[in-house]
Write a protein that binds this ligand. Structure first.
Ligand code: BGC
Length: 324
């Protein structure tokens, strides 16, 4: 625990120093990994914004107002705080996935508002001047940035795994940890070029279980582009796996680079494991929708991943007693 806090402080200070000197650190912040041990929950790890304070806001030239570690929490009064206001053009154009501007509608926060779930996994969040306040504190940017919803924006992350086997079907063990190696389906995101779990946003009114399956089909099996007959086959095969009781690795707030003071990401990450290797493992992977590439990747702590995805995989590896 002490080790974790020291490490986080160190990273926070380095990032703050870079911000104060006006040096950009990466938009998607590859390779920043969360160290977990059994006493530390993911939400404690996410307590201080790291990616959500990245100097340059993703997909823009906008720079966040620098927020030092000790001013992240809203409970620290800070009269000089002057966050940059930014909502991307794509969001302002009012696509179906985005809310209108706050002046032109009255969302019901902390509740399921029509089909839109505005509740947070973090419990009740506050409002200030009619706008929801990020429950994890200041980000240096107000408005919605790239996010469509005021308040929580809900995503779902399907972690599909199998064992790594040799040509005779025997599990391969890691030379150092001596533990069997898991593989998971990873996509290379088109937006930032980072490897990631093939997750996506929960549609209004959609059950998370359905989002998990839909996103996996669209991004890793390219179900949107295949013939209807083939699509039915894919659907049948993966429904079996996704109906199995998955292991919920994470549910909560995500320290995402797109977060703002008034809009933030939350996700549910669930592991579906093809233990025998003859279910989804046999389906040909094909990148689709937001994915540029797709492949089975060994689960290993050294592989850099998007947002908090590495920490989800660590929990899966521990649960399955696999190499990390
Ligand atoms: C991504 C998820 C990710 C979430 C939070 C979503 O846009 O599709 O994979 O976990 O954002 O970072």
């Amino acid at each position: 625990m002490v080790h974790v806090l020291l490490r986080r402080n160190w990273i926070g200070r380095l990032r703050l120093a870079l911000t104060l000197f006006g040096l950009p650190y990466t938009v998607c912040t590859p390779g920043v990994k969360y160290v977990t041990d059994n006493n530390v929950t993911q939400s404690q790890l996410n307590a201080t914004h790291v990616k959500a304070r990245c100097s340059q806001y993703p997909g823009s030239d906008v720079r966040r107002f620098p927020v030092p570690d000790d001013k992240v929490n809203w409970s620290q009064s800070w009269a000089q705080y002057n966050p940059v206001r930014y909502t991307s053009l794509a969001v302002l154009k009012k696509p179906v996935w985005a809310d209108p501007d706050i002046s032109s509608f009255s969302p019901k926060f902390n509740t399921v508002d029509g089909a839109v779930d505005r509740t947070s996994f973090e419990g009740s969040y506050k409002e200030e001047n009619g706008k929801p306040l990020n429950p994890h504190g200041r980000t240096g940017l107000s408005g919605r940035g790239l996010l469509g919803r005021w308040g929580p924006n809900h995503a779902a992350d399907p972690i599909v795994t199998r064992w790594k086997v040799d040509e005779r079907g025997t599990k391969i063990h890691h030379s150092v940890s001596k533990l069997p190696i898991l593989q998971f389906v990873a996509i290379k995101r088109k937006d930032c070029g980072e490897w990631a779990i093939p997750g996506g946003m929960v549609d209004p009114g959609e059950q998370v279980s359905l989002t998990l399956q839909r996103e996996f089909s669209e991004e890793a099996l390219n179900s949107l582009a295949v013939q209807p007959s083939e699509r039915a086959q894919i659907h049948e095969r993966i429904t079996k796996l996704f109906k199995s009781p998955g292991f919920q690795a994470f549910k909560g707030y995500v320290d995402d680079p797109r977060n703002t003071d008034n809009a933030w990401m939350e996700t549910v990450a669930v592991n579906f494991h093809d233990d025998s290797g003859n279910s989804v493992s046999e389906l040909p992977l094909q990148a689709g929708d937001d994915a540029g590439q797709v492949q089975w990747v060994d689960v290993d702590s050294s592989f850099p991943l998007y947002a908090s995805h590495s920490s989800f995989l660590e929990l899966v590896a521990k649960e399955r007693k696999a190499h990390w």
